[in-house]
Design a protein around this ligand. Structure first.
Ligand SMILES: [Zn+2]
Length: 81
């Protein structure tokens, strides 16, 4: 699902965290302790990451889907329940 639907906003509300589990990172012998760009590994080792919001790994689809508000048609979205 890669369609770009500008009517919807899909995202993870919480941060993607690296899991500190040696079993997951067994292939990464030379894991740099203070790697600053560990996010670059998320494509190779998606299971080594977790979204706080939904416990999904790095490949998890965004768990929050909300409609973009159209301020002309829907000037007061706060009243939507
Ligand atoms: Zn999520």
């Amino acid at each position: 699902m890669t369609e770009n639907d500008d009517k919807a906003c899909r995202y993870h509300p919480e941060e993607l965290e690296r899991i500190d589990d040696p079993d997951v990172w067994v292939d990464m012998d030379d894991w740099p302790e203070d790697a600053v760009d560990w996010e670059s590994f998320k494509e190779d080792v998606p299971e080594g990451f977790r979204y706080e919001c939904c416990d999904g790994d790095a490949n998890a689809p965004p768990c929050e889907i909300r409609r973009h508000f159209n301020w002309e048609l829907d000037p007061d979205p706060a009243q939507e329940v």
